[in-house]
Design a protein around this ligand. Structure first.
Ligand code: ADP
Length: 358
């Protein structure tokens, strides 16, 4: 027997390929359970502006393979205010929305926990190309974005080799270097520069110079957008100029930017989106909420949203005073172990890149 009669689904924050597949899975699974489903258009702003549409099995047809989000997304500052939040609650009451599945990143989950605290049980589904939600090994959109990035770097490789050039490629990821690191390894770059790990600029310059002198044609360096100089400049552009000036290798700079946020989701993203969407509905059916769906060691599971948000700040060294007060020593130890695991994951790939890029 379903605990809820009607659930709402929204996509919020930065879009990610696979969001549509997640919405489809949530809608189909809930409808299969006999629960009515509505889509909230434009993330939390759709709740504030009462932008709500009914979803049927057919209204989510033909979206599993599409990038972007057919429910649209938005960054909604008003939702962070008590007034905005109350408008959102009013919309839920008006449409008799008993629970919400919120697809997005950490900002979206902060909104989700606010809704739960005000009586609208909410579950979060992690959708962001950056794979920067510490609690989960994987976020929907990451694989597609990495593959798109890799294909674009492959194109640059062709022309770099033809002309014996270097190309510095700035890729997305915000403060997280996962896209940069993984695509650097997979596209045979000579180096990756990411915010989480120290890098040796002089060593990169020397290596390019030495390899060029030994006859290597074509160099790729992948820089995460989150790396900035002390005076706040994007490091990728700065590095490109330095490479040309100090190695004599002609060097171009390319910023891939939002192009890798679009495109048809890969099998991995469609599959994981379906698993996570189905699990979100299962949790709500069990009367559980304020949870974020996670993939941990290959298994789809869930964690408390507050734990996930603070574990994220713990790893990113962004803890605010009092953040840990609500957690027992065991939870804090788990956060520490998780942060060490994330650091180790990056370090292992970084080491492998260094060993295979000479
Ligand atoms: P993402 O979910 O990709 O991290 P944002 O950080 O932009 O993207 O967050 C998406 C939306 O979630 C915001 O536009 C806002 O409506 C809501 N949100 C973000 N932070 C909070 C917060 N602290 N409290 C309530 N809602 C929030």
């Amino acid at each position: 027997m379903a605990k809820f009669r009607k659930i709402g689904i929204l996509t919020s924050g930065g879009d990610a390929p696979g969001m549509n597949a997640a919405v489809r899975a949530v809608a189909r699974k809930a409808l299969d359970e006999g629960v009515e489903v509505v889509g909230i258009l434009g993330g939390y702003s759709g709740l504030i502006k009462d932008n709500v549409i009914p979803l049927t099995p057919r209204s989510v047809s033909n979206i599993i393979s599409r990038g972007g989000t057919f429910l649209y997304s938005d960054r909604c500052l008003e939702f962070k205010t008590e007034e905005g939040m109350q408008k959102a609650i009013e919309t839920c009451k008006k449409h008799e929305i008993d629970a919400i599945v919120a697809c997005g990143g950490d900002g979206t989950f902060r909104g989700a926990t606010d809704l739960t605290n005000r009586g609208i049980p909410t579950v979060g589904v992690p959708c962001t190309i950056d794979n920067d939600i510490t609690a989960t090994d994987y976020t929907i959109g990451f694989d597609t974005a990495m593959n798109t990035t890799m294909h674009m770097i492959d194109c640059l490789r062709d022309t770099c080799v033809s002309h014996a050039r270097c190309n510095v490629v700035e890729v997305m990821g915000r403060d997280c270097g996962a896209i940069a690191l993984n695509t650097a390894l997979a596209s045979g770059a000579v180096a990756a520069v990411l915010p989480e790990l120290p890098f040796d600029e002089a060593e990169i310059l020397t290596r390019i110079k030495t390899l060029a002198a030994a006859g290597k044609r074509g160099f790729l360096v992948v820089v995460s957008e989150g790396v900035v100089t002390e005076d706040g400049k994007k490091y990728g552009e700065v590095l490109a100029k330095k490479i040309e000036a100090e190695t004599g290798v002609e060097t171009k700079f390319a910023r891939l930017a939002h192009v890798v946020r679009g495109g048809n989701p890969t099998l991995r993203d469609r599959f994981t989106a379906t698993e996570m969407g189905v699990h979100a509905v299962e949790l709500l059916m069990d009367g559980k909420s304020n949870l974020v769906i996670c993939e941990i060691d290959g298994k789809i599971t869930e964690l408390d949203i507050n734990y996930a948000l603070i574990a994220d700040r713990y790893y990113k060294k962004k803890l605010k005073p009092g953040d840990l007060d609500a957690f027992c020593a065991e939870d804090v130890a788990k956060m520490e172990a998780l942060a060490a695991k994330r650091h180790e994951e990056l370090s292992v790939i970084y080491q492998m890149l260094s060993e295979t890029s000479k």
